[in-house]
Design a protein around this ligand. Structure first.
Ligand SMILES: Cc1cc2nc3c(=O)[nH]c(=O)nc-3n(C[C@H](O)[C@H](O)[C@H](O)COP(=O)(O)OP(=O)(O)OC[C@H]3O[C@@H](n4cnc5c(N)ncnc54)[C@H](O)[C@@H]3O)c2cc1C
Length: 383
C-alpha cells in the first residue's frame, strides 16, 4: 500500500460516515484511492439491494479483479477506519453490507488464475466426488453452465441463478431438500482476505471448525475470493408443477407425506389469487383484508423433483387462464406457464424465473398508541 499522506489520515480521523457531507465523502474517496494506488478504482455510488429494503445514498465501491486488489481495498479501509464488506448480487433482504460511507467490494469482476472464473479440479485418485474451484463472485447459473459442459451439476441451492457463490454461502442459502445441507456444506476449501489484508487458506481436512463457521458467516469473517466445491454427476429428473387450493394443505398429513415421499418439494403462494371482483375492490379501496375472503380457495404452486424411476401422480387444479382478479398477476401468470411434468437434466430445472417470485408487498397498519411513545422516551433517557 502507498504511504498515506498526513492530510488523508487527518480526514479519515474526522470522518463520520453517518453525517458526512458530499464534499467530505469525495475527499475520503480520493484518500482511499491514494491508499490503494492505481487499481482497483474507488467509486462513490448509491446502493440498493434487490428488494429495495436496504438503500444507502453513498458507499465507496471497488471491483477487484485479483486477490491482491482485494487486499489493497481492505488495507485502505482499515487505514481509514471504515468498514469493508463484500457484495455479491445484493439479493439478501436484510442489511448485511456496510452502510452509508463504508466500502463495498463488488465481487463481479474477480477471476482466478489465468483469468478463469470456474476451474474443474483434476480427479485425484481415491477421491470419491468431483470438485470445482470458483471465484467467489461467480453466480450459481454461471457455475452450472460451466460445469454442465463437463457432465456435472451443483447441488440444488437457492431458487434463482442470479446469486453469487460467495453471497449464498455467507447466508447459508439452501434449497427444498430436507436431508441436504445448505450449499456451504459442499465447500471443501476456501481462500480469503482477513481484516488485516492477509490471505488465509482453510480446508475441510485440517480446519473443519473454521469451515463450519464459514458456512454461515454473514460476510463477517473476511472476503472469500476462491472457493472449492464438491459437484455431482449430471442426473436426469422428473420435475412436476402442481397447483392445489390452500385448503388442501390444512390437512394434517398432506405436507408431511409430500416431504417424506419426494426428493425435493417447495411451494409458492401468491396470496389473494382467488379474490372476487368485489373483494379485490375492497382491498384496493381500504388496503385491508376483506372479511369475506376465503384463503382456502387461493391456489398454491407445489414444485416437486424426483428421480425418473419415482414419477408420481398429483391432481393439478390450475385454472385454464390467469383469473381476471389476482394480486401479483405477473408472478402468477409466469407460474401458470410452468409445465405440469417434464423429464430433464437437473441443470435445466435448477432455477426459477425470477419473475415468477411474488414481490414482497407490505400494507402498513398504523396503530396510534401514545403510551408507546412515552415508553420509548423513557427508555432513551435511561440509555
Ligand atoms: C428472488 C429471491 C429468491 C431467493 N431464493 C432463495 C432460496 O430459495 N433459498 C435461499 O436460501 N435463499 C434464497 N434467496 C436469498 C439469497 O440466496 C441470499 O440472500 C444470498 O445470500 C444472496 O446472494 P448474493 O450473491 O446476492 O449476496 P449478497 O446479498 O450481496 O450478500 C450476502 C452476504 O454475503 C456477504 N458476501 C457476499 N460475497 C462474499 C464474499 N465473497 N466473501 C465474504 N462475504 C461475502 C455479504 O457481505 C453479505 O453479508 C433468495 C433471494 C431472492 C431475492
Amino acid at each position: 500500500m502507498v504511504s498515506p499522506p498526513i492530510s488523508c489520515l487527518y480526514a479519515c480521523l474526522l470522518f463520520n460516515p453517518d453525517i458526512a457531507t458530499t464534499p467530505q465523502l469525495l475527499e475520503i474517496q480520493k484518500c482511499l484511492q491514494e491508499f490503494i494506488g492505481p487499481a482497483p478504482t474507488v467509486q462513490l455510488e448509491s446502493f440498493s439491494n434487490w428488494e429495495g429494503s436496504a438503500i444507502y445514498d453513498h458507499v465507496f465501491v471497488t471491483k477487484p479483479r485479483t486477490a491482491e486488489e482485494i487486499q489493497r481495498t481492505v488495507s485502505a479501509a482499515a487505514t481509514c477506519g471504515i468498514q469493508v464488506r463484500a457484495v455479491g448480487n445484493a439479493h439478501t433482504a436484510d442489511q448485511v453490507w456496510g452502510g452509508r460511507g463504508h466500502v463495498h467490494i463488488n465481487m463481479s469482476e474477480l477471476t482466478l488464475e489465468g483469468g478463469k472464473r470456474v476451474i474443474m479440479q483434476p480427479e485425484i485418485a481415491g477421491k470419491k466426488v468431483a470438485s470445482v474451484k470458483v471465484a467467489a463472485g461467480v453466480t450459481l447459473a454461471e457455475l452450472n453452465n460451466e460445469i454442465a459442459k463437463h457432465g456435472h451439476v451443483f447441488h440444488l441451492g437457492p431458487l434463482i441463478g442470479e446469486v453469487t457463490i460467495g453471497g449464498a454461502i455467507a447466508t447459508s442459502a439452501h434449497s427444498g431438500f430436507y436431508h441436504e445441507p445448505s450449499i456451504g456444506g459442499y465447500m471443501t476449501r476456501v481462500k480469503l482476505v482477513d481484516g488485516r489484508g492477509d490471505i488465509r487458506e482453510f480446508n475441510q481436512n485440517s480446519d473443519a471448525d473454521v469451515l463450519k463457521a464459514l458456512r454461515c458467516h454473514l460476510g463477517l469473517l473476511g472476503i472469500l475470493f476462491e472457493i472449492e466445491l464438491e459437484v455431482i454427476q449430471q442426473v436426469v429428473v422428473n420435475f412436476q408443477h402442481v397447483f392445489t387450493p390452500l385448503r388442501n394443505l390444512f390437512s394434517p398429513t398432506v405436507l408431511r407425506d409430500l416431504i417424506l415421499e419426494n426428493d425435493f418439494v417447495n411451494m409458492f403462494y401468491v396470496p389473494y389469487n382467488s379474490l372476487t371482483e368485489e373483494e379485490a375492490k375492497e382491498v384496493t379501496h381500504t388496503g385491508t383484508v376483506p372479511r369475506s375472503w376465503d384463503s382456502g380457495n387461493d391456489l398454491v404452486l407445489i414444485r416437486i423433483i424426483n428421480q425418473i424411476s419415482a414419477k408420481r401422480n398429483f391432481e393439478d387444479e390450475r385454472p385454464p387462464s390467469v383469473p381476471k382478479i389476482t394480486y401479483n398477476k405477473v408472478a402468477f401468470e409466469v407460474q401458470l406457464s410452468y409445465p405440469v411434468s417434464v423429464v430433464k437434466n437437473l441443470t435445466d430445472v435448477l432455477f426459477l424465473n425470477i419473475l415468477g417470485i411474488p414481490a414482497v408487498d407490505s400494507m402498513e397498519y398504523v396503530t396510534v398508541d401514545p403510551n408507546f411513545t412515552n415508553g420509548a422516551a423513557a427508555m432513551q433517557i435511561k440509555i
